[in-house]
Design a protein around this ligand. Structure first.
Ligand code: HEM
Ligand SMILES: *[C@@H]1O[C@H](CO)[C@@H](O)[C@H](O)[C@H]1NC(C)=O
Ligand SMILES: *[C@@H]1O[C@H](CO)[C@@H](O)[C@H](O)[C@H]1NC(C)=O
Ligand SMILES: CC(=O)N[C@H]1CO[C@H](CO)[C@@H](O)[C@@H]1O
Length: 234
């Protein structure tokens, strides 16, 4: 696991030659602490073009009891050239929760979808999102979403119940299009088909938060997260 706190990164530069990177196709977990929301995220960059990345960040509660469902906080940072960005939690397009987000002026919209084939996904009621009071914005170069999701990490797929292990790495799918959704304020807006799709390996363990429930409260979400908040906040 590598840490990318400003100070640590600068200290690394000052030391001089970095350690050689192993040439392994393993998850390259990067832990990022978001100063604005206070969450610790595991970050994976996904190529939108040869020269632009979408950044996917996922924060998990620490100490999730084995087998229990759990909420996550998803942060997506995309260049303004990206009309929509999608994350496929099961690692492919079909029969798993798809999270699609897009800019809506100064705000962002997030949409839960589900595809039964390689055609336009439908709205999905099994995953619900609550935008945090901080972390949803856009500027001259990027738009950014920050939302809690209930239902992104457990679902019933083609071969039964699936649960993402919060202590593990997992292949996720992603997709994006340059063209914008027709009705950006609506979570059920029609979206144009992707220009790009690919896969990332995301290390969920690098985004564990011992104070998950308290951080949600600090960001305007007071309901108890799915799972056991008592255990999450120890
Ligand atoms: C907007 C409507 C969409 C249409 C019409 C569509 C259509 C398709 C088609 C036809 C393919 C197969 C391409 C091929 O095999 O050559 C494909 C693949 C794929 N799509 Fe979509 N798609 C849509 C939305 C999405 C969304 C929202 C996601 C979310 C991440 C997504 C993720 C993927 C992925 C990861 C693949 C690679 C194959 C797989 O893993 O199943 N798609 N899509
Ligand atoms: C624009 O927003 C993005 C995403 O929040 C951020 O990473 C970037 O630093 C911002 N740029 C400026 C100039 O503020
Ligand atoms: C959470 O865990 C604690 C400690 O095991 C237990 O006493 C409590 O009943 C649990 N709460 C829920 C809602 O499961
Ligand atoms: C900067 C910021 O966090 N903006 C918005 C994020 O989304 C929520 C819910 O729509 C808004 O209340 C925030 O103002």
């Amino acid at each position: 696991m590598r840490s990318v706190f400003g100070i640590v990164a600068l200290a690394g530069l000052a030391v001089g030659r970095p350690a050689p990177e192993p040439l392994l196709l393993e998850a390259r977990a990067v832990t990022v602490v978001d100063q604005e929301t206070g969450f610790t995220f595991s970050e994976t960059k996904a190529a939108a073009t040869l020269s632009a990345n979408i950044v996917f960040r996922i924060a998990t509660p620490a100490n999730v009891p084995a087998g229990q469902p759990y909420d996550i906080v998803l942060q997506v940072v995309a260049p303004n050239s990206v009309g929509w960005a999608g994350l496929a939690w099961g690692g492919s397009m079909v029969r798993n929760p798809l999270t699609v987000s897009y800019a809506n002026g100064q705000r962002t919209t997030v949409s839960a979808r589900w595809a039964t084939g390689h055609s336009t996904p439908q709205a999905y009621s099994g995953a619900t999102f609550t935008l945090l009071s901080k972390g949803n914005k856009s500027n001259g170069t990027h738009w950014q979403l920050t939302a809690k999701c209930t239902g992104c990490t457990t679902w019933t797929g083609s071969s039964g119940a699936v649960r993402i292990d919060p202590r593990d790495s997992k292949r996720l799918g992603y997709a994006c299009a340059a063209a914008k959704p027709s009705n950006p304020s609506s979570p059920t807006s029609s979206i144009p088909v992707h220009d790009v799709y690919n896969y990332i390996t995301h290390d969920f363990s690098a985004g564990a938060n011992a104070n998950f429930a308290a951080l949600l409260t600090q960001n305007g979400i007071s309901e108890v997260p799915t799972g056991n908040a008592t255990l999450f906040d120890n």
